[in-house]
Design a protein around this ligand. Structure first.
Ligand code: C2E
Ligand code: CA
Ligand code: CA
Length: 412
């Protein structure tokens, strides 16, 4: 408040920077809280060096810091400070012979003339920091009013989503998974859609984060599993000549942490009469690494039901290979971002090759997602990948449309 008053009186600008460390939890979980604490101290020291003498820095909580910069000439000054902060934190830290790498995401907010409430300023900087995380971390974003609008948007979505299940507005679409050995469809991935009464068909990117944060994903996720199992049974009944299909369903972090998950999954398997061995549950690498002890326990209990487990978006998280070996998983799904440059970007090709080798070395199958060209398909075959999925084969579509596709028995 004092800084805001001074800025008004002397006609200069101020900014609030909201800092949140990237992957700090991984450090804490894997190396211990004692080392985590010392890392925070080391980071605070580097922040001090990166800032100017009159700036104020505070630890806000956990791995969050807030910086107040006064006496700025314009936005560019705040951006220059954010750049220095990111540089300072992005390097290597040596703590007790242990080398640690972290990064930091920064949200920047400036007071506007009508709105000069310190709490709002910090809230805006926090919202901008979230945007920086979403855009890939280790970067800064400046708060703008669209972000406030999207907060309002969120509330709308949350309210409508609460009713979407009972109003039967949710749908499950399916995308084929192709065996690279036979070239035939051997499975499908269930993908959630929302037939919004005003906005039309929404993709998960528009609402899944809200479903996660509110916990609605727990009941929605079970609904998806139940629906998808029933769909597979219907296809089987209408096309008895087709070979058995594998069904992949995504599980969110909130679901994995839910105490009833394993019982609920078991009940759905029973009720729908599906063969548990044909069901694959996909969990993203970053969710698995978030709480490894919990993940290991829950995965073990899920696997005891007879289902298979997939590490989704592999290569984007911070997997410890030691954990990967400990987890009872069956498949690694190479993230789309690496498949993108396959055959054109040498480093992407090298990464995909390495992941496939890693999977096979650990006795797991390798799946590639996001295949869009014949060239990428050729490369994946050459690298010995087991399965692939992508627009090149088929886009996700309704149960009815995929049923027709299955009946045609296409081959690639
Ligand atoms: P994901 O699990 O990685 O799913 C694959 C996403 O890639 C799908 O997006 C799919 O449409 C898209 N995709 C497939 N092939 C291609 C391709 O060749 N090119 C490109 N550019 N994209 C391709 P979608 O359906 O929008 O789903 C996005 C994410 O939402 C999923 O990513 C998954 O993390 C989440 N999601 C979807 N359904 C569910 C669900 O039932 N439960 C939970 N917890 N998450 C879900
Ligand atoms: Ca998936
Ligand atoms: Ca994926």
């Amino acid at each position: 408040q004092e800084a805001l008053d001074r800025a008004k009186r002397f006609g200069h600008r101020i900014a609030v920077l909201f800092l949140d460390l990237d992957h700090f939890k991984v450090v804490n979980d894997s190396l211990g809280h004692d080392l985590g604490d010392r890392l925070l101290v080391a980071i605070a020291e580097r922040l001090k060096v990166a800032l100017r003498p009159g700036d104020t820095i505070a630890r806000f909580g956990g791995d969050e810091f807030v910086v107040l910069c006064e006496d700025l000439h314009g936005q560019h000054d705040a951006v220059a400070i954010a750049d220095r902060v990111i540089d300072a934190v992005s390097g290597r830290f040596s703590i007790d012979e242990t080398e640690v790498f972290v990064g930091v995401s920064v949200g920047i907010a400036f007071p506007d003339d009508n709105e000069s409430d310190p709490a709002n300023l910090i809230r805006d900087a926090d919202a901008a920091m979230y945007r920086a995380k979403e855009k890939g971390r280790a970067r800064w974003e400046i708060f703008d009013y669209a972000m406030r609008a999207s907060a309002v948007d969120r509330l709308d979505i949350e309210n409508a989503l609460r009713r979407a299940l009972e109003r039967r507005e949710l749908r499950v679409h399916y995308q084929p998974l192709v065996s690279l050995r036979t070239g035939a469809i051997e499975g499908v991935e269930a993908l959630l859609r929302w037939e919004h009464p005003e906005r039309g068909l929404l993709l998960p990117g528009d609402f899944i984060a809200v479903a996660e944060e509110t916990g609605l994903i727990v009941s929605i996720g079970l609904w998806v599993l139940d629906n998808a199992c029933r769909q597979v049974q219907r296809w089987k009944a209408s096309h008895p000549e087709l070979p058995a299909l594998r069904l992949s369903v995504n599980l969110s972090g909130r679901q994995l942490g839910h105490p009833r998950l394993v019982d609920d999954v078991a009940e759905i398997l029973m009720d729908t009469g599906i063969d548990p061995g044909s069901v694959e549950l996909e969990i993203t690498e970053s969710v698995l690494m978030d709480d490894v002890d919990m993940a290991e326990e829950t995965l073990g209990r899920l696997r005891a039901l007879g289902v298979k487990l997939v590490v989704d978006d592999f290569g984007t998280g911070y997997s410890s290979l030691a954990y990967l070996r400990r987890f009872p998983v069956d498949l690694l799904k190479v993230d789309r971002s690496f498949v993108d440059g396959l055959g054109t970007d040498p480093s992407d090709s090298a990464i995909v090759a390495a992941i496939i080798t890693l999977a096979h070395t650990l006795g797991l199958e390798a799946v590639a997602e996001g295949v869009e060209t014949a060239h990428q398909l050729d490369e994946l075959r050459r690298l010995g990948c087991d399965q692939a999925q992508g627009f090149y084969f088929a886009r996700p579509a309704s149960g009815h449309d995929i049923g027709e596709l299955l009946a045609n028995r296409p081959r690639w």
